[in-house]
Design a protein around this ligand. Structure first.
Ligand code: ZN
Length: 318
């Protein structure tokens, strides 16, 4: 069974105020709200999905916004940075754009032969914009104030911070099909394929034995999802992991994909999500994100759910 992943499917993080979260990802980063739904496991909380025009796998960043969530702590056992691809030559435009919105960003720095602009979202989540030549088959969104020529193409990479490299590297390399491709200091770069072409094909591991353990709350990543092309592949992957002694969940129906979850040895929660059915499964592509969508089993409770959710106004989409 080939369990080689085709890259990151989505990254899910925790936010506090949904309005501030939407403002940042839609207006500042220019992403599209591709789904407004609830956390299927806690339906009094939003689950907001941002992505390219269609929410293609590899472009999607999602949030559980809990208005009263305390600030989390970045640290070991976490995905501590999420990096997005932007076209080469765009970082100057991004610096001016972010400055015009009063958003602080570090000066671009070179790392492993790439230019990187670092910033934080309103809850302190670490974000990077990476100038990258390869941005393949995504469909950038230009409805949020970022022109297509500079728009985010998708997720470039996640960075995992770990107390030690060994266990995590063994899982990435052995079970998940990544290969160590480069290193710089205590940063170890793994690729899903030779050229690391396409979105979401890179994982960096920072090995830091002295790092404090991370605390998952607002401003931290909850889990990282990798792509399975279809349900039989996902099922094969699940059986392989289980046979290897990994504690992996049953397949769960997330409406827009199905999912399995497990932890890598350093503690980061990982998911394998199918590419389909996709975000136009329950509303037309042109109308993605405009209305609250609920899975069939929560639809009977719509009134109660809507009453419990905080107000959320999305410019141009309401
Ligand atoms: Zn997920």
């Amino acid at each position: 069974m080939d369990v080689r992943p085709s890259g990151i499917h989505h990254v899910t993080a925790i936010a506090s105020d949904p309005q501030a979260n939407a403002g940042f990802y839609l207006n500042a980063l220019g992403m599209r709200l591709v789904k407004r739904t609830v956390n299927f496991d806690a339906p009094d909380t939003y689950h907001l999905y941002y992505g390219d025009r269609a929410g293609n796998p590899g472009t999607v960043m999602t949030f559980f916004p809990w208005p009263d969530a305390p600030r989390g702590r970045l640290g070991a056992g976490q995905a501590t940075t999420t990096s997005f691809s932007v076209p080469e030559g765009s970082l100057g435009w991004w610096q001016r754009h972010l400055a015009s919105l009063g958003i602080e960003a570090a000066r671009p720095a070179e790392r492993l032969e790439e230019d990187v602009l670092s910033l934080r979202d309103p809850d302190g989540l670490q974000i990077e914009l990476v100038a990258s030549a390869d941005f393949h088959d995504t469909d950038p969104w230009d409805g949020g104030g970022v022109p297509t020529e500079h728009a985010i193409r998708g997720i470039r990479a996640v960075t995992l911070t770990e107390h030690d490299l060994e266990g995590t590297a063994a899982m990435l390399d052995g079970r998940l099909g990544f290969r160590l491709a480069a290193e710089q200091g205590n940063r170890f770069r793994f690729h899903t394929n030779e050229a690391a072409a396409g979105v979401g094909t890179v994982v960096d591991v920072i090995a830091d034995p002295r790092a404090q353990r991370g605390l998952v709350a607002a401003g931290t990543v909850h889990h990282v999802a990798y792509r399975a092309p279809d349900r039989p592949t996902q099922d094969g992957w699940r059986r392989t992991l289980a046979a290897d002694g990994v504690d992996v969940t049953e397949i769960r129906d997330r409406s827009y994909f199905t999912s399995i979850y497990f932890r890598e040895p350093g503690g980061v929660l990982l998911e394998i999500a199918t590419d389909g059915p996709g975000f136009d499964y329950d509303e037309p592509l042109l109308e993605l994100g405009r209305r609250l969508r609920l899975p069939p089993w929560l639809e009977p409770k719509r009134e109660q759910i809507e009453r419990s959710l905080p107000e959320l106004t999305v410019p141009g989409q309401d």
